[in-house]
Design a protein around this ligand. Structure first.
Ligand code: NG6
Ligand code: CA
Length: 520
């Protein structure tokens, strides 16, 4: 691979034919920059290019207009930690215990030595960064040493640098993690994080509810910071604490810096936005921009972040040489624990688009989300119905950069590069297992037009988006034809016993086999 500055000099001074030879010899493996933008809790219907009318997302829409908009793009789970685990490791999270929603002081969930998406790209010569929400644990078996070295973490599994929100912002503590440390931490005011109230007079969302700037609706009633009570307790670290309103600006600032510093070589940026997760507290300049309340305003902030990243690519002349993937970590939820008006102001907005369920659910709304790829000059603009999933980025980016994946790594990541690039005849997956937060029993299996659901519990545990589903008893198995019935309302298992049996067996054998990727 030639440094880009050399290519530019060559373009000016060398005869065309020589240049052609040089460049083609140098780029047998393609090495565009890669930016994966993962939104948090963003539903299929939450952006205007996927049908939202009550909120406008011009920057995301521009990505879709200039790239490929997938109508069957999925994340692998309907909560955050398992989807992120699968994105980075290329392995279904249900195969590993301890991959459910991580608590504030969770130890590192991905162990050093694991084959990962950033590790693969590092081998291919990329500079790699994760900026934004992590939620995959930090530190050894005892959890994070908040005042010391936060290790292992992203830097031990393939990232060269990180600038993180450690978990989710409704969990303590509200501090950043830069590489191995909490920046701006004053040693005289150490940070303590725990799950028990540290002293009887410690103010919480229960004892000081009247003082809150955003009230909680369930959970989220422990330590108060910035007028918002959270999950878990913490004290100290005051100089290091951030304001919720500034998260989006911080991610953009750090990303711009990373892009500028690495413009001369291939880079991989995992931009892990916290928008539109709770507590939804977008910057003041976005507050009130939509009629949907802070949930809609957070979507506008997310869209602004996307626009800023694209501007940064433009400024450095990198647009044509960058593959951008836009996706979400799980489907939508309205009330996820704070009274931010999302339910009351929702009106006719359909956060999951035409699909049922949302976050926490294996109905389509839980995992079928906006999914866009853009690479000007390489990806022809259009719409793709191919099935692709965030878990496939590891194998697909390995293919793009001509890297071999360790035999015992990325066990479920399939090479769908040709579909991601919209090549003619490019095929996505012929099957995909979907899961909720757990690892023991609730699954969806999508294959072609059909979808089998297997429920571990007697109710579908679909929270808040369609409340009635949460309380409706479900049989162990349901079968839907997604073409006739995208909303998964008519269980046709009795009418299709052979298909049902085939799907039940296929699901069980995919689970039992321990892997679904064969070879490279
Ligand atoms: C749940 C939280 C929810 C959210 C979720 C994780 C309660 C009652 N609910 O336990 O608010 O934080 O975990 O979301 O505390 S995720 O997108 O990171 O998976
Ligand atoms: Ca999420």
């Amino acid at each position: 691979m030639l440094p880009r500055s050399l290519v530019r000099i060559a373009q000016r001074f060398l005869p065309a034919i020589l240049l052609f030879t040089l460049v083609s010899a140098a780029s047998a493996a393609e090495r565009p920059n890669i930016i994966v933008i993962m939104a948090d809790d963003l539903g299929y219907g939450d952006v205007s290019c996927y049908g939202a009318a009550m909120v406008q997302t011009p920057n995301i829409d521009k990505l879709a207009a200039e790239g490929l908009k997938f109508t069957s793009g999925y994340c692998s789970a309907s909560t955050c930690t398992p989807t992120r685990y699968s994105l980075l490791t290329g392995t279904y999270a249900f195969r590993r215990k301890g991959t459910g929603i991580a608590p504030p002081s969770a130890p590192a969930i991905i162990q050093p030595g694991t084959e990962t998406l950033p590790g693969i790209l590092q081998r291919a010569g990329y500079k790699t960064a994760v900026i934004g929400k992590w939620h995959l644990g930090l530190g050894g078996p005892d959890g994070p040493d908040w005042n010391g070295e936060l290790k292992p973490g992203p830097l031990e599994i393939g990232f060269d640098t990180c600038y993180l929100l450690p978990t989710t912002n409704d969990r303590v503590p509200q501090v950043y993690v830069h590489d191995h440390r909490v920046p701006n931490l004053d040693p005289n005011d150490p940070l303590w994080v725990g799950d028990k109230k540290p002293s009887p007079d410690h103010p919480t969302g229960l004892t000081h509810r009247d003082s809150l700037k955003m009230d909680w609706s369930h959970g989220h009633n422990s330590t108060i910071h910035n007028g918002i009570s959270r999950i878990g307790f913490y004290t100290g670290g005051h100089a290091a604490r951030f304001r919720d309103e500034d998260l989006g600006d911080t991610w953009v600032r750090e990303s711009r810096k990373f892009i500028a510093e690495n413009k001369e070589q291939p880079f991989f940026l995992f931009f892990a936005s916290h928008d539109i997760h709770v507590p939804r507290m977008p910057h003041e300049r976005f507050q009130g921009k939509t009629k949907l309340g802070f949930r809609g305003d957070a979507i506008v902030e997310l869209d602004w972040c996307v626009g800023e990243l694209m501007k940064s690519l433009e400024e450095h002349g990198l647009t044509k040489n960058t593959l951008v993937v836009f996706c979400s970590d799980n489907g939508p939820v309205l009330d996820d624990g704070y009274k931010d008006g999302a339910v009351e102001k929702n009106g006719k907005h359909r956060a999951a688009g035409p699909y049922s369920g949302g976050k926490y659910s294996v109905y389509e709304g839980g995992t079928r989300t906006p999914f866009i790829t853009r690479w000007p000059g390489r990806i022809q603009p259009g719409v793709s119905e191919e099935v692709v999933c965030t878990i496939d980025l590891a194998a697909s980016m390995a293919e793009l950069t001509e890297q071999t994946i360790a035999e015992d790594g990325c066990l479920d990541s399939l090479n769908v590069l040709s579909a991601l690039l919209g090549e003619s005849g490019g095929k996505g997956r012929d099957h995909l297992v979907l899961q909720d937060n757990g690892s023991s029993g609730t699954f969806g299996l999508r294959a072609g037009d059909w979808k089998l659901l297997r429920h571990e519990k007697k109710s579908a545990r679909n929270v808040k988006v369609e409340q009635e589903l949460a309380n409706t008893p479900v049989p162990v198995y349901q079968l839907f034809n997604l073409v006739d019935d995208p909303a998964e309302k008519r269980n046709v298992i009795k009418e299709n016993p052979e298909i049902a049996k085939k799907f039940q067996d296929q699901l069980q054998s995919l689970i039992d086999a321990g892997r679904s990727r064969s070879g490279r």
